[in-house]
Write a protein of this length. Structure first.
Length: 175
């Protein structure tokens, strides 16, 4: 009799977007349930782990990779993207120029990753301003093959679990 023989799947998810949009805050909120207003100034690659009891036979372990400062150079090395199963692109609703950068991050990702991966787009800081959602966002996601988009708040814990669920469900179904 084999009990507790749950399968464990590990997926790497990269979180990209301009400096200050809330990537680290979203990761910490999702993986650790915490939020802090202090900027993290560490440089390097860092990741957080979230373990999910996905279904009767499966645990899913999500490795959320945080660029921790390197995004200020405008692009990342292919080592950061390597073996990623999915990507999250974040922009900041209070700074419209960070939405313009989404295209650049999409290009950076797709030019450095071997296979096509599911991507979600997060319009973060929705607690401050939701009237700023770009009117072209639905069209933008369609045209750029982005799976889904959400208005999120790492501060208020809005839509982060929901967004992650859609992303992980897609990774799992494609797996
Ligand atoms: P990163 O550079 O993309 O990792 O951004 P951080 O997570 O370091 O966040 C940058 C700043 O924005 C910090 O002061 C955060 O506290 C703040 N911030 C992050 N998410 C939110 C949010 O959802 N709402 C608000 N109001 N501020 C946020
Ligand atoms: Mg950060």
């Amino acid at each position: 009799l084999i009990r507790n023989a749950k399968k464990e799947l590990m997926f790497k998810v990269v979180v990209i977007g301009d400096f200050g949009v809330g990537k680290t805050s979203i990761i910490k909120r999702y993986a650790e349930g915490i939020y802090s207003t202090s900027y993290k100034i560490t440089i390097g690659i860092d990741f957080s782990i979230k373990k999910l009891n996905w279904n009767e036979n499966t645990h899913i372990i999500i490795q959320l990779w945080d660029v921790a400062g390197h995004e200020r150079f405008g692009s990342l090395t292919s080592v950061y993207y390597r073996y990623a199963a999915a990507a999250i692109i974040v922009f900041d609703l209070t700074r419209p120029e960070t939405f313009k950068s989404v295209k650049k991050w999409l290009y950076d990702l797709r030019s450095k990753i071997a296979k096509s991966v599911p991507i979600i787009l997060l319009a973060n800081k929705g607690d401050v301003n939701i009237s700023n959602v770009p009117s072209c966002i639905i069209d933008f996601c369609d045209k750029n093959d982005i799976l889904a988009w959400f208005v999120t708040s790492a501060k208020d814990d809005t839509n982060i679990d929901e967004a992650m669920f859609i992303l992980i469900k897609t990774i799992y179904e494609d797996y």
